[in-house]
Design a protein around this ligand. Structure first.
Ligand code: GLA
Length: 370
């Protein structure tokens, strides 16, 4: 067991005075490329990180306990706390006809919160996998991801796409995951950063993603409008040619989605050919499109990406919804520290919040560990 899984198991013992029946955990994610494409039924290419949420579960009363917040919540109540995520998953399973009895659960995690690294999807994925195992439903990972998304959309009330839950449940160590968000088919794409002498640096700009909810929903609505104007089912079906028939906001948003889908497919080809230079250029192009056409970047995210480019990163871009949160860069191995140093200095000079840095390797998806 990893340290975080041990911590969930100890918390369960302490809180409920019994051994957990099993422990599961699930990671947070970064998206390498393919942003704001999932809810347009397009393509995404995330990988998961070595930060996880672990849950120890068992049948019986006792509710939901978080070791990190030292907070207990009843299973059968509704509030706006973190407990909404596991409750939502239990609700979605029930709705889908998989009957859940009274269970209790203790959580521990080390996915940074509120940074856009999908800590909430990690809570959902860990819960879903644990409950599936506890009750012996035998559901597939894809089905669990769909249930988690339903929990997030309909129970928690956040209108996110399928990417984060898919990544957390289906990613494999040493690989990225290409997801076709229409067919929901997913395929591992080997991502040997070490072999290429590269590291994945993550900069958390510490900018609160205040506009995230409204901005995100506005973007979704604009995409739906653009698809209606074009007479296509979803922007997944739009082509470069179609764009000539759009203007204003609809044109900008649709141009991002159409070009981003093409970039994801190009990025997968580049990875398969071991062409990280091309992969990196596609990352920069993705960032420019998110900044200029989708308009979800911030001065901090732009500053990081510019600095990464200036200091020789193969590629860099904002990751996740934008409006703050994190950016990633593919940097020569061993150079994350230097980039972090320069970035801290540049941010301080411009009066930005002090950023936080991480370096990740593509980690393993959700697992039952004990
Ligand atoms: C958030 C959502 C995802 C996806 C990204 C943008 O992370 O949860 O479903 O839409 O934004 O790519």
């Amino acid at each position: 067991m990893r340290e975080i899984e041990d911590r969930a198991a100890s918390a369960y013992r302490e809180k409920f005075g019994a051994e957990p029946e099993l422990v599961a955990s699930a990671p947070g994610r970064v998206n390498l490329i393919g942003e704001h494409t999932d809810y347009n039924s397009g393509f995404v290419l995330p990988c998961v990180i070595g930060r996880r949420v672990a849950v120890a579960v068992g049948r019986g009363e006792g509710g939901l306990y978080s070791a990190d917040f030292d907070e207990a919540h009843p299973l059968a109540e509704k509030d706006s706390s973190w407990a909404g995520y596991p409750r939502g998953v239990a609700w979605a399973m029930d709705e889908a006809g998989h009957e859940i009895g009274a269970f209790r659960a203790a959580f521990a995690g080390n996915v940074p919160l509120g940074s856009g690294l999908s800590s909430s999807a990690a809570v959902e994925a860990a819960t879903a996998l644990a409950l599936d195992e506890l009750y012996g439903f035998g559901l597939g990972r894809e089905d669990l991801a769909v249930l988690c998304q339903r929990a997030e959309n309909e129970y928690v009330g956040v209108n996110s796409g399928i990417m984060d839950q898919y990544a957390s449940l289906l990613c494999e160590a040493g690989a990225a995951l290409l997801v076709d968000c229409r067919s929901l088919e997913a395929e591992s794409v080997p991502l040997d950063l070490e072999g290429a002498g590269l590291a994945l640096a993550v900069c958390d700009t510490r900018v609160e993603r205040g506009l995230a909810d409204t901005g995100y929903n506005d973007r979704r609505n604009a995409c739906e409008r653009a698809a209606r104007t074009l007479g296509v089912e979803e922007l997944r079906d739009a082509t470069e040619d179609h764009l000539k028939r759009l203007s204003g906001e609809e044109l900008l948003r649709a141009r991002h989605v159409v070009s981003e889908n093409a970039r994801v497919l190009g990025a997968v080809e580049a990875l398969r050919a071991g062409d990280f230079a091309l992969f990196g250029r596609l990352m920069y192009a993705s960032h420019a499109s998110l900044r200029d056409d989708y308009e979800v970047s911030t001065p901090e995210l732009d500053a990081f990406v510019e600095l990464a480019e200036r200091t020789g990163a193969a590629g860099a871009r904002l990751t996740g919804a934008g409006f703050g949160g994190c950016a990633i860069a593919l940097v020569p191995a061993g150079e994350t520290g230097a980039l972090a140093e320069e970035c801290r200095r540049a941010f301080a000079e411009r009066g930005f919040e002090e950023p936080e840095f991480y370096e990740f390797v593509p980690a393993a998806g959700a697992e039952v560990v004990g």
